[in-house]
Design a protein around this ligand. Structure first.
Ligand code: PEP
Ligand code: MN
Length: 333
């Protein structure tokens, strides 16, 4: 349920109302906009009498939220959420470019890719240290050592870093990681989501291979219900009957998610297509469709990459794409 308050409602009366809602056992989410304050009420609101609330001096209107996601709902928080990560901003017109290898493989590899994508204008460096591979016999990532190498790249370039977590027990290793990624395969690992909700890290939440947008938003809700509101949603392609591409990119997810939620939405065209030459056209399409950012796999030597080489751009290809993305952003401004 949301209670939209009248403009200029006195703070003391707002505080009294919030205290009363809390006495009723509800959690209250306060969204202060430029013109209005909105109180989002979470919990069992069935006993709240809407008509009684509506006659209060400070209340303009009261509505029930029918969607099961509350904190992530745009009705709770009409303004776009803007997240600050180092010097980068994402959301509400701020666009972030995240680039780097699928997996951290060596110091040379990660430092070379980091400096080159930074020169091409990337805002953040990605790199997997814990890799969710389909086969247990494939490269599983450099683990703690991989995180160390990312931190070294962060120190040298100043770029914030993004890396995937697979197990909440690894959280201490992620202390200096700026953005923690929850991969597609863990989107509904609810215990992991709850633990991440107890941190104040920015969480990059990827859509599951076979999950709809409501399920993605409910996973965001798991994190937010624990108090962490710093979430970036990521469309990375879904399973369909198409076999020429690794997944099928769902670009309509961008405007749909942005209508339903205030959270920033980015697109990963690398995993969405699985083919390097399809990455630029889909990245441009995502930027044109209103995405708040792009996450793109870049490798200094894609043919020899230990993971996802087929879909990785070279640093030069990435630089060319980044230029075009900036042009598309100019056009849609
Ligand atoms: C990745 O980002 O390297 C990754 C494993 O992505 P996804 O979870 O989308 O497959
Ligand atoms: Mn990958």
């Amino acid at each position: 349920m949301i209670a939209v308050l009248k403009p200029n409602a006195p703070q003391a009366q707002i505080d009294n109302l919030i205290a009363w809602f809390k006495d009723q056992g509800l959690n209250v989410h306060v969204s202060v906009g430029d013109y209005q304050t909105i109180l989002g009420l979470i919990g069992d609101t069935s006993k709240i009498d809407i008509e009684l609330l509506e006659v209060l001096d400070i209340v303009e209107s009261v509505k029930r939220i029918t969607e099961p996601f509350k904190n992530a709902n745009r009705k709770f928080h009409p303004d776009d959420t803007v997240i600050k990560i180092g010097n980068a901003l994402i959301g509400n017109g701020h666009f972030a470019m995240i680039a780097g290898p699928c997996s951290v493989e060596s110091e040379n590899q990660v430092l070379e890719v980091a400096t080159k994508v930074q020169a091409a204008g990337a805002d953040m460096l990605r790199g997997g240290a814990f890799k969710p591979r389909t086969s247990p016999y494939d490269f599983q990532g450099m683990k703690a050592e991989g995180i160390e190498l990312l931190l070294k790249a962060k120190k040298i370039t100043g770029m914030p870093i993004v890396s995937e977590i697979m197990n909440a027990n690894h959280l201490p290793l992620f202390e200096e990681v700026d953005v923690i990624q929850v991969g597609a395969r863990n989107m509904q690992n609810f215990e992991l989501l709850k633990e991440l909700g107890k941190t104040n890290k920015t969480i990059l939440l990827k859509r599951g291979l076979a999950n709809n947008l409501k399920e993605l938003l409910m996973s965001a809700e798991y994190i937010m219900a624990e108090g962490n509101e710093n979430i970036i949603l990521c469309e990375r392609g879904i399973r369909t009957f198409e076999t020429y591409t690794r997944n099928t990119i769902d670009l309509s997810a961008i405007p749909m998610l942005k209508e339903l939620s205030h959270l920033p939405v980015i697109v990963d065209p690398s995993h969405a297509t699985g083919i390097a030459k399809l990455v630029p056209p889909m990245a441009l399409a995502a930027a044109a469709a209103g995405a708040d950012g792009l996450m793109i796999e870049v490798h200094n030597d894609p043919i020899h990459a230990l993971c996802d080489g087929m879909q990785s751009l070279t640093p030069q290809q990435y630089a060319d794409l980044a230029d075009k993305v900036r042009k598309i952003r100019e056009v849609i401004k």
